[in-house]
Design a protein. Structure first.
Length: 220
């Protein structure tokens, strides 16, 4: 690429403003150090219109302000084409590297008038605090593994259909204010130590045989 200085000022004007190709050699704070033909410009700041953050080795287009500050207007050729950083007003940055995109912002919102879809072979969501709100929610998964420290749920009505249910708990407590009804083909209860049942009224009905077996049976 041939380095060419293009004059933009009126003929005869002092401290002419012009455009020049340059190569970024370093950076200090907001200043970029440059190598340009005949050292026409030695340093410049990034213009707001230059969204790509210049890096060492990049070829840039610089507006030589003469006695005024010079600005990098655009990045013409990247020293490392596989990665770049786009800086937007409000301290928002977009990083691209090897096909990856990373967005850095204090707050990020996505608004879709009809639909927002996230599709990927692997989707990860991480945060300190989360909130999910839907008027209607439908979920589908082949396999679910969940780990919780504490769970608290409130619902008006819960209906579930399960092919097989296995639960294991260290302690289990359940309070039912009104009716607790179980319908099963067979019920088997195994208690290792002691089985205690207390009720104001108890009724046991069997169409067939009733069997009570124990070393000692107390009635009354």
């Amino acid at each position: 690429m041939q380095n060419t200085l293009i004059t933009m000022s009126r003929p005869g004007a002092e401290n002419a403003v012009g455009l020049v190709y340059a190569t970024v050699t370093g950076r200090a704070d907001k200043w970029f150090f440059l190598s340009s033909p005949d050292m026409a410009v030695e340093r410049a700041m990034r213009a707001d219109s230059c969204l790509i953050e210049p890096e060492s080795g990049d070829t840039v287009l610089v507006c030589n302000g003469g006695s005024q500050a010079s600005y990098v207007l655009a990045v013409l050729a990247r020293a490392t084409p596989a990665q770049a950083t786009l800086k937007l007003p409000g301290n928002v940055q977009l990083h691209t590297a090897q096909g990856q995109l990373q967005v850095q912002a204090d707050q990020l919102e996505l608004h879709g008038r009809r639909r927002v879809a996230v599709v990927g072979a692997q989707v990860e969501v991480a945060g300190v605090q989360g909130e999910v709100r839907f008027q209607q929610l439908t979920t589908s998964a082949q396999q679910v593994q969940a780990r919780f420290g504490a769970v608290s749920t409130m619902a008006q009505s819960v209906t579930s259909t399960v092919g097989r249910l296995v639960q294991k708990a260290r302690d289990s407590f359940r309070w039912t204010e009104n009716l607790d009804e179980t319908r099963a083909g067979r019920v088997r209860m195994q208690v290792k130590d002691r089985f205690h049942m207390k009720a104001k009224h108890t009724t046991m009905l069997a169409e067939g045989q009733v069997k009570i077996d124990g070393e000692k049976i107390d009635l009354g």
